[in-house]
Design a protein around this ligand. Structure first.
Ligand SMILES: Nc1ncnc2c1ncn2[C@@H]1O[C@H](COP(=O)(O)OP(=O)(O)OP(=O)(O)O)[C@@H](O)[C@H]1O
Length: 220
């Protein structure tokens, strides 16, 4: 169970959220600038709250009270950034292996399995600049999962895709979530995506949770 309690002063408002995520998909939904990416960055350790706590099960990643701040590299969190943040000068293979600490047989098996699950077996020697939006999305997902994360953060993972590709990749994301069984936190502006993928939706406005509900209970 991931526990998130964050207070952080931003230029125009104070971000103030509190929620937990089990082995489910939690969607952060809200207008541009409402604080969604900042929440992901605080969970990953790329930004620090002014106050609060972030913990996965018994492990505290951040606590203002206890002065704990675990570095991003030691949090075992997969982060799929907006626009994917892949390295254009590296091959698909190198991108996927980037960040893996140990190259052993287990890692090689995971790599092969990810290529298969994400249907990118033909891509390893290609370079990022020649890939389609859907292919880049799959490679970014493989890279995030290759580090065997205990949580996966996805910041608008479908934003670069057209309607047909979005629908297909939403289905794949659901399947991967079922297979991996870890908490996913997904940021989106798209109400349909929020309903399709989320088990729970947290609605944000200017840094505050205006509501939080099961995805089937109400449409955003
Ligand atoms: N490092 C920073 N320094 C100053 N202001 C910041 C910083 N990061 C975020 N902000 C501001 O905090 C607010 C929330 O930004 P954030 O990126 O978290 O919103 P968002 O909901 O993810 O937006 P979008 O949907 O457009 O990506 C914005 O007003 C943004 O300009």
């Amino acid at each position: 169970m991931l526990t998130v309690q964050i207070k952080k002063k931003l230029p125009d408002f104070i971000l103030n959220v509190e929620f937990t995520v089990g082995r489910e998909v939690l969607v952060l939904f809200g207008p541009s600038g409402s604080g969604k990416t900042t929440i992901l960055r605080c969970i990953a350790g790329l930004a620090n709250p002014d106050e609060g706590r972030v913990a996965l099960d018994e492990r505290t990643y951040y606590s203002s009270r206890d002065r704990i701040r675990i570095s991003p590299q030691d949090r075992q969190i997969g982060y799929m950034f907006q626009e994917f943040a892949l390295f254009p000068h590296m091959s698909v293979r190198k991108n996927i292996w980037y960040g893996v600490k140990e190259t052993n047989e287990q890692a090689t098996l995971l790599y092969q399995r990810l290529l298969e699950i994400l249907k990118i077996e033909s891509l390893p020697s290609r370079y990022i600049h020649g890939l389609s939006g859907g292919e880049k999305q799959r490679v970014a997902l493989a890279r995030a999962l290759m580090t065997k994360p205990r949580i996966l953060l996805l910041d608008e993972p479908m934003s670069a895709l057209d309607y047909a590709n979005r629908r297909e990749l939403q289905q794949e994301l659901k399947r991967i979530h079922d297979l991996w069984g870890i908490p996913f936190i997904l940021v989106t502006h798209d109400p349909q995506e929020a309903r399709n993928l989320g088990d729970h939706i947290v609605y944000l406005e200017r840094g505050c949770q205006v509501s939080s509900c099961a995805a089937t209970a109400a449409a955003p």
